[in-house]
Design a protein around this ligand. Structure first.
Ligand SMILES: Cc1ncc(COP(=O)(O)O)c(C=O)c1O
Length: 436
């Protein structure tokens, strides 16, 4: 068989067109924003008692739409998922001396919001297929100081939420779902984000539904909802006028969502099922093309679950392909298909954790946790995540409309071309190593 030379080695790339960026903003969003501008009420919030404590009409309409769709009692819109995680943890009364279990394979805010409460994250290893926190490892990490588990439904697929919730019930812990990447994913017949005591969604510009910056908390717990709303909007001013004698331990910030963001989010939320459907169709096509290739394992979808594919994450086995992962990724990229070798460094390897100092000059809040001498952020504490990140994960975000199924077929073609050129790549790798 004639082999086309690899683009990395001077040949022509399979794909020579740039891909469009993700943009699902249409006339609906534009009209909704113009309505807000025409009315002049760009925010409906006031940090004082009364109707305006709860925000403007679009913020409340967005919250009502989430309650309706996710069949929850409460939704609290905020200005980002980071704010939503922080507000939820504060509403759960997480504070200094507390430990919160979380996966290290996630965006940093899943853990920094724990530090912002004065508590410390305890990083727990992940499962090799969901890439989410491992419930057995979580059980083993519980100490007398553990107060909550943050389950991140990473890449668009839910964590194993039932065992995590059962663990929380057994030990009197809160389960907070960081559902920033998995809007409308299904976990055993229920919506991801609604299995925990609270769930948080992100509407930042990169998410499947977006409003620039924004987020929302969903919960069935009256107290969490009220405390999160107080935290969102200068709650310290409200405890007295609202007669909240049992929750005086509240301070507030300004995590309020504006009316323009809410207006966009409402329109995007209407589109969410269709936006997810388009991604799922593209990813299923890609999986059909990749699943027979040696050394490439497409994302798994577990029984009674759905995957909404924020990222398309594959596992790569260089013992089978004979090509080191990073070299394979470089060759694929050179063919015009941007893949990433790895997602993010496990969070505990960041300087913040290595130096154990987050706020002020004296090691707070880590210094509050001296009772637990075992708290460690040393390399090696989560071997699964380290192995996956350094050797196995390959991912792409190019799985959105207006890309088409034909584009997915081209991606498969790229993989096949690189795999077929293993020998040329190996000898080029050897020459490069010899020249070093
Ligand atoms: C898993 C996860 N959690 C939290 C966040 C924070 O979201 P936001 O940018 O809305 O604050 C993100 C954003 O990328 C995320 O992916």
């Amino acid at each position: 068989m004639k082999r086309e030379p690899l683009a990395l080695l001077g040949g022509a790339p399979v794909i020579d067109k740039p891909f469009p960026s993700y943009n699902t903003i249409g006339v609906e969003e534009k009209r909704a924003v113009m309505d807000v501008l025409d009315g002049g009420e760009l925010s409906g919030f006031i940090g004082a008692e009364g109707k305006q404590f709860w925000g403007g009409q679009r913020v409340r309409a967005l919250e009502a739409a989430f309650c309706d769709h996710f069949k929850v009692k409460h939704a609290v819109a905020v200005n980002s998922a980071t704010s939503g995680l922080h507000a939820s943890l504060m509403a759960m009364d997480i504070g200094p001396g507390d430990e919160v279990l979380v996966s290290p394979y996630t965006m940093s805010a899943s853990a920094t919001t724990i530090l912002l409460c004065g508590a410390v994250p305890v990083f727990v290893d992940i499962e090799p297929d969901t890439f989410c926190i491992d419930p057995d490892a979580a059980a083993a990490a519980i100490t007398p100081y553990t107060r909550a588990i943050v389950a991140v439904n990473i890449f668009g697929h839910p964590a194993r939420l039932d065992p995590l919730r059962a663990l929380c019930e057994k030990h009197g812990l809160f389960l907070l779902e960081d559902n920033a990447q998995a809007p409308d994913a299904i976990y055993r017949g229920r919506k991801a984000g609604t299995v925990g005591h609270a769930g948080v969604f992100s509407f930042n510009r990169h998410k499947t539904m977006q409003c620039g910056e924004g987020g929302i908390i969903v919960t069935n717990d009256d107290k969490i909802a009220l405390k999160a709303a107080l935290f969102r909007n200068h709650g310290e001013n409200l405890v007295e006028p609202m007669g909240l004698t049992d929750i005086v331990n509240t301070l507030g910030v300004n995590y309020r969502m504006g009316e323009m963001e809410a207006a966009v989010a409402i329109e995007q939320f209407r589109k969410l099922p269709e936006l997810n459907r388009a991604r799922i169709a593209l990813c299923e096509r890609l999986t059909r093309g990749l699943r027979e290739l040696p050394g490439i394992t497409p994302p798994r979808v577990f029984e009674d679950c759905s995957h909404v594919y924020y990222f398309y994450v594959m596992k790569y086995d260089e013992r089978i392909t004979g090509i080191p992962r990073d070299l394979f990724a470089a060759a694929v990229k050179a063919e015009g298909f941007p893949v990433r070798a790895g997602y993010l460094k496990p969070l505990y390897l960041q300087p913040l954790y290595q130096h154990k100092i987050a706020i002020g000059r004296d090691g707070f809040p880590f210094s509050e946790n001296l009772r637990n001498a075992n708290l460690s952020y040393a390399p090696g504490i989560c071997p699964m995540v380290e192995r996956l990140e350094s050797h196995e994960i390959l991912l792409t975000s190019l799985i959105y409309p207006p890309l088409e199924e034909a584009d997915m077929d081209r991606f498969v073609e790229v993989f096949v071309k690189v795999l077929n050129n293993r020998d040329a790549l190996s000898s080029a790798g050897r020459s490069a190593a010899a020249a070093d």
